[in-house]
Design a protein around this ligand. Structure first.
Ligand code: SAM
Ligand code: DTB
Ligand code: SF4
Length: 330
């Protein structure tokens, strides 16, 4: 079915976001049903393969060496340490495995990059979608990841370009966009979204969607994280975002990116089952599954199984198109 996709300029996004609440979530629901008629949720398992000690000063992050959070710096895990975790994730029902590294970025010439390539090949051989989030990478590195079988690269823009310098000063919003460009030129699907609850305005959140809407192709996956306020970070005292603002943003993201996985990401431990149900109704169709995110807590497998069963939502099977690169949009 061919449907017109909404324009993703700020004024259009604002007009949608400010619709009366029930009209907005109904529109989100209609978009979701038109594009995702099977009512399935993608279960993605996260693993921190290189934890802590990061050179960057992202104000929200437990893994930044600039903040005293109690997270210890560790070395990169080897493929033989990672593989059992990937197998377990598959047994538990995950269809995407996402590996995160607390790095500013990684260069092709770095011997650790070869270890990452080997890991990607081995995880891919398990018939899991493979995603990595390694910070800044070149187009050459992205091409090698693609050859190794990577399905998606996660690189969040996190907030609006205007608000970004309030959150990080060791790299810029433009640096983030450059990596996303490198990933897209290599033909890898982009997973990019952000965090809400860092003191930004609702307008900043829409500006973030506007920037994501400029990507061609649009992101295959749009994670919406609610800040996990971590003790020892500059944002430790941040107030949680009202749940209806989260639901509004999810519905707006669903309408703006009809074919994307809109991922209800960090922060689900602070939501009630009813709050999460509203997010799924409004168009969320992916979650991080398992009781740990990278360093922070997430609902248990049992809680999530019970929630999905109560809502008659089934897990999404791996998508062969996820390897082809293009998604989102019309
Ligand atoms: N170092 C890489 C990078 O910055 O892209 C990869 C890892 S980084 C932890 C991945 C993403 O996790 C961040 O861009 C941010 O969106 C999210 N994140 C990190 N800490 C978070 C927190 N405390 N609450 C919510 N989301 C968080
Ligand atoms: C994303 O958008 N959220 C995930 C994943 N991509 C890498 C990470 C969430 C991290 C939450 C904080 C932590 O576990 O330290
Ligand atoms: Fe480092 Fe990524 Fe955390 Fe920023 S978000 S401090 S780049 S691990």
């Amino acid at each position: 079915m061919l449907r017109r996709v909404m324009a993703t300029d700020l004024a259009s996004l604002r007009a949608v976001y400010e619709l009366p609440f029930f009209e907005l979530i109904q529109k989100g629901r209609e978009t979701y049903c038109a594009h995702w008629p099977e009512h399935r949720v993608q279960l993605c398992k996260l693993l921190s393969i290189k934890t802590g000690g990061c050179s960057e000063n992202c104000g929200y992050c437990a893994q930044s060496a600039h903040h005293e959070t109690g997270v210890e710096a560790e070395k990169l895990m080897t493929p033989s340490q990672i593989l059992p975790e990937a197998r377990l994730a598959k047994e538990q029902g995950a269809t995407r495995f996402c590996m995160g590294a607390a790095w500013k970025g990684i260069r092709e010439e770095d011997p650790r990059f070869e270890m990452i390539l080997q890991t990607v090949r081995e995880v891919r051989a398990l018939d899991l979608e493979v995603c990595v989030t390694l910070g800044q990478i070149s187009e050459g590195a992205a091409r090698k990841l693609k050859e190794a079988g990577l399905s998606a690269y996660n690189h969040n823009i996190d907030t609006s370009p205007e608000y970004y310098p309030n959150i990080v000063t060791t790299h810029t919003f433009a640096d983030r966009m450059e990596t996303i460009g490198n990933v897209q030129r290599a033909g890898i699907s982009v997973c990019s979204g952000g965090i809400i609850g860092m003191g930004e305005s609702e307008e900043d959140r829409l500006r973030m969607l506007e920037e994501l809407g400029r990507l061609d192709p649009p992101p295959e996956s749009v994670p919406i994280n609610c800040l996990m306020a971590v003790e020892g970070t500059p944002l430790e005292g941040a107030e949680p975002v009202p749940v209806f603002q989260l639901v509004r943003l999810i519905a707006t993201a669903r309408i703006a990116f009809p074919k994307a996985k809109v991922r209800l990401s960090a922060g689900r431990t602070h939501l009630t089952p009813e709050g999460q149900a509203l997010c799924f109704f409004a168009g969320a169709n992916a979650i991080f599954f398992g009781d740990k995110l990278l360093t922070a807590e997430n609902p248990s497998d049992d809680e999530d199984r019970a929630l999905l069963a109560a809502l008659d939502l089934k897990p999404l099977a791996p998508d062969p198109e996820a390897y082809a690169g293009a998604a989102g949009g019309a």
